[in-house]
Design a protein around this ligand. Sequence first.
Ligand code: GLC
Ligand code: GLC
Length: 650
Amino acid sequence: MPDTSSPAWSDQQAKLSLDRLMPRLEARFAGADSDAWAAYAARLRAHFPRLFRLLLHLYGGRYDFFYHLERILEAGAQMWLARPADLKALDAQREADQGWFQSEKMLGGVCYVDLFAGNLAGIRAKIPYFRELGLTYLHLMPLFACPEGENDGGYAVSDYRTVNPALGTMDELADLSRELRGNGISLVVDFVFNHTSDEHRWAKAALAGDPEHQDYYYLFPDRQMPDAYERTLREIFPEVRRGSFTWRPDVNRWVWTTFNSFQWDLNYGNPAVFQAMLEELLFLANAGVEVIRLDAVAFIWKQMGTSCENLPEAHMLIQAFNAMVRIAAPGLLFKSEAIVHPDDVAKYISPEECQLSYNPLLMALLWESLATREVKLLQLSMSYRYRIDPRCTWVNYVRCHDDIGWTFDDGDAGRLGINGYGHRRFLNNFYTGRFGGSFARGLPFQENPQTGDCRISGTCASLTGLEKGLREENTFEVELAVRRILLIHSVILSAGGLPLLYLGDEIGTLNDYSYRNDPAKAGDSRWVHRPFANWAQYAHREEPGAVAARIYGGLRRLITVRKGHPAFAGGDMLVVDPGNGHVFSYVRQSTAGRILVLANFSETEQRISANTIRAQGLSYDFQDLVTGDPLRLVGDLMLDPYQFMWLVAA
Ligand code: GLC
Ligand code: GLC
């Protein structure tokens, strides 16, 4: 008996299969441009063993495995042959410069098309602004056809190939991607691949009773299976609906809906779903999208008796998509949206899976440090959790369109004498302003009465105290809030990786409570931090003395400094213990030099001993890149409230 689980066996099978499939594919694409076909065939040969191993594991048990395999390879070939010439040229450029996204020049921004600029034409008109800010990466939030009314901010897609008509057309999107690229900006969009809306044509066919499309989703005639699954599932949106299934009287079925009831989880146990979604993915790539944000990666594979999150097969699926992308759209990158335990987040990151990943741990711990004025959990966590494959990169952010969940590891917390459960309660109380003396004005999101679990909504400015300060006309509080905003951004701008700004934060946008008047939004507090861009406030971004200008000017300065220093590119952060529990410190190092970062997370002055600074290789004369001022170390170094320094030897 051959050992069918050994790589050697699978490689041998892969070779035999490809030898058999290749002539069939060649015959099928006989009329194609021969150079284009040769390029496809060469990449297929190079990546097929890996692809085959993954698909064999996922679908090898099915009698029709080879039928589906052939369809998948055909779909890839078709999409490659249809790929526009300028994108094929971009593929070549990216393959020659694989670390392009790790450069210190990279800066990301994210916004909703409608809220930021009305529609795609409006976004196009904002390109001069994006350039002014220094963006090289623009994530446009979901912009495809979706249900009227409730649609989870577009995360319920009804058609992956049609732009929401209110925003524009697919042609406009493709043109925009070209124009952005011409301005040095890569277009990023979501691939919402865990679920479709219940108005997608596959869901409609399923509702009409079509068994083929019913098999695209998880439909159950009674509670038996849903009950059995629910024993081990976590509730993601407990305020919306208890459990993870929705009863549809129109087909008399329970449907698996991890998120909202109108978001139907796709059944990737069915290879036809993999193939269909692959085609949608490559379609986006061919429209000029350069980075795909893989939405809700943790949930894409289900298995009875497990949490149905982060299963090994979820990784294999993404790796199989990745392998097909290397063959059919090699310039495209994946960014994983895994907002889960840090151990699990890290597992999605590799050149064969996702080259980029959100860094929810750093994000959450920046807020944790602001609340506690202590950096011990941040320091410990980053000291061993920040390092990832050097060919990949973190996307570091302080806010996004979603809630803040307290995703740190309870073991890390325990080592520091912090009780995870109690600490999360404190943080939730702090950021909802229930905790006396809190500067934050946040809202609870998806509070679970059973587990006491809760997450936080609110804009960066409102959570850092700007809302409170402005309402109370307290200039001292306003000053502290501005410093907090710059402080946490200074970390994401100096930690390496790709910093991502949630547009609006750069001018101190406050919470907008008007969502409560809109029935399609009132049930979801995340809308409090998804306001319309305030262009009147943007107009003050350079006006001396304006709060918006202090934030904007401060950030612009940091961005410029970052872009000027290769030591901020890619790579690791070497966490330093500065001997002061309020100060987060790390070294950025590259052949281009060494930068010592100090960040004071408290509203009081902090002292760093001269020896600490000297131990980091800085002797008497050095420079703070933040202010540009030369410094001479005579005694200890003093940091002002919330001050941060980026120090280099003079
Ligand atoms: C992602 C999105 C979030 C959405 C969810 C379901 O987590 O960021 O906004 O609710 O997926 O698609
Ligand atoms: C859950 C999911 C995450 C999503 C969030 C939306 O935490 O894990 O993917 O962003 O819900 O609130």
